[in-house]
Structures are given as C-alpha cells and as structure tokens.
Design a protein around this ligand. Structure first.
Ligand SMILES: Nc1ncnc2c1ncn2[C@@H]1O[C@H](COP(=O)(O)OP(=O)(O)OP(=O)(O)O)[C@@H](O)[C@H]1O
Length: 291
C-alpha cells in the first residue's frame, strides 16, 4: 500500500505544517474546504441560537492516507465524520467525497462507530455479510467465503456461527471491523472504534487493523476519530488536532514513523520521534482545554 509523503499531502492547513499550497476543492478523496456547520436551535434544549459545531474547517485527505482526528469532547469530530458520510450537511463551504457531494449511504464508504453495533439475533458471520446482502454482485456463497476470509483475518476463525453475546467485547469489535471491511470500502470513516477496549486488546487490534490496511489490495483512505493521542500517532499518517467552541483545526501534523507499522507497533511508542510528537501534540490539546 502506498502512503502519501508529507510533500504529496494536498492542501494541509494549519500553522505548524509548513504546507502552503492552496487546496484545490474536491481534488482529494475526502475534501472539506472552509466548512462551517451550525446546528439549528432546538426548543428542547432551551437554546435560542444554534450551535456552531465547526468553523472554517479545511481538511483534505488524499487517496490512501490515514488521518486521525483528536480533540476535546464537543470539538466537532463526529460532526465532520457525519458530513463525509452524508448524514449531516454543512452550513457553508464545500465538502466532497471522491469529488462529489456525499450521498447517504455513500458508495465505497465504510462507517464504524465506537459501539460494535452487531445485531444480537444474527450469527457473527451473518453480521459480517450484512452489507453484502442487498448487493447483487455478492451471491450467498461468495458472501460466505468473504465472511470466512475476514473472520480469519481478524482472528475469529471458528466463531462465525456464534452469536454476539457469546463473544468478548474485543472479539465483537473485531467482528465489527470484519463487517466494515466486507464490502471492501475504499474509504473508512471510524468514530472511536477501539475506545472501549482494554490497553492490551487495543494494541493487538490496532496492530491487526494496521496489518489489514497494509496488506489491502486497494488503498484505503481513512478518517479516524479518537481521544487517544497514542493511538492516533501509532496508526495515522497525519494527526489533526481540533479545538472546541467552535470546532476548528489547530494543528495538522505529519507522522514520520517507520512503516509497516503493524510489525512493531508496540515498539514505536518508545522511539524519539514518537515521544517528541506526542509531547508536542499533547501540549496543543492541553492549550485547547484551557482556552
Ligand atoms: N444533532 C445535533 N444537534 C445539535 N447540536 C449538535 C448535534 N450533534 C452535535 N451537536 C453539537 O455540536 C458540537 C460538536 O459535537 P460532536 O459530537 O461533533 O463533537 P465531538 O468532537 O465528536 O465530541 P465527542 O468527542 O464528545 O464525541 C457539540 O457542541 C454538540 O453539542
């Protein structure tokens, strides 16, 4: 899999990047140019004015790149993901996926939430094939083969006939990864997918996920929301730090750690580059909290 180098990254905004090329609207796989999102006022919350969730956000993710979004609660990370998924429309600015206004559900996009979202009455293999059932290109036999292959890939060989309740949390999360990958989406939008896992399981699944991306036949473009700065640095090509009230981008940092990451994920966090980036971005996040 090819990863875009910092010089190839398109229109990376922010004061710390040193990239000053003006972004071409729609050139990247995921493109948000000067996007503002204000949720309308709601009588139920007693607010007369709307909530400005995002202000003047410009974010371009070229094909095959992995971008992690980090930032305090309420800085608009999920809102941005939802806009790329076609679930929410921006108030102003331009936002495209593969050069087009995102539809819902957008083709070639896999969306994974923090909760595994598995259907409890379906066996694991039938959860994995869920997204293939309405697609005429997938016969029942091929879909079953795909489920077997993916369950094997995420280390759940032999658990296809189990129900979600019979699996541990980490196993269900891995099944959810398999389900997200089943239709082979070229774009992955992931909202804290590993947040609820214990540290050891998380590291294992992160390495597994990295390996899946590294060995994928087609390049995957990933936008990944996390509160975990370590996770962001271990997995991503770029880490984007967002600040709240209103949500905006503070820093867009290229992560120059060696690849493939999956082989030595646990070791990377002891490398000087990792520590320096961690410290720098940690302070950025802290600054945001205190403003
Ligand atoms: N449907 C909605 N209607 C009104 N306001 C909303 C809606 N969804 C989100 N908001 C507001 O928009 C802002 C950004 O929310 P969002 O969920 O995008 O932030 P976040 O960074 O993902 O937060 P967290 O890290 O806690 O998940 C918050 O102030 C939130 O209250």
């Amino acid at each position: 899999m090819n990863y875009t180098t910092p010089d190839e990254a398109v229109g990376v905004p922010g004061p710390t990047t040193g990239h000053h090329r003006a972004p071409e609207p729609g050139a990247a796989t995921l493109s948000a140019i000067d996007v503002t999102l204000t949720y309308p006022s709601s009588g139920s919350t007693g607010r007369s004015e709307g909530v400005e969730a995002l202000r003047n956000v410009t974010l371009e993710v070229p094909q095959g790149q992995f971008v992690a979004l980090v930032g305090a609660s309420g800085c608009g990370k999920t809102s941005l993901l939802n806009m790329f998924a076609g679930l929410v429309k921006q108030t102003s600015g331009s936002l495209t996926v593969n050069g087009e206004v995102p539809k819902c559900p957008p083709p070639s996009v896999g969306y994974m939430f923090a909760r595994d979202g598995l259907l409890p009455w379906r066996r694991i293999e039938r959860n994995v094939t869920l997204g293939l059932e309405t697609d005429k290109n997938w016969s029942r036999t091929r879909a079953q083969e795909r489920a077997d292959q993916l369950l094997d890939m995420v280390g759940l060989n032999g658990f296809g006939k189990a129900f979600p309740r019979q699996l541990s949390h980490g196993m269900r999360q891995r099944a959810a990864i398999a389900r997200t990958l089943a239709p082979d989406p070229s774009i992955l939008l992931m909202d804290e997918p590993f947040a609820a896992l214990d540290a050891q399981t998380k590291l294992r699944i992160q390495a597994e996920f990295s390996r899946i991306l590294e060995t994928s036949e087609t390049p995957k473009t990933v936008l990944f929301v996390t509160h975990d700065l370590q996770e962001a640095l271990l997995l991503a090509d770029r880490v984007v730090v967002m600040l709240p009230r209103p949500g905006r981008i503070a820093t867009d940092q290229f992560v120059d750690l060696r690849r493939p990451r999956s082989e030595h994920l646990a070791d990377l966090m002891f490398e000087p580059t990792f520590r320096e980036l961690h410290e720098e971005l940690f302070h950025k996040l802290q600054e945001g909290e205190t403003k």
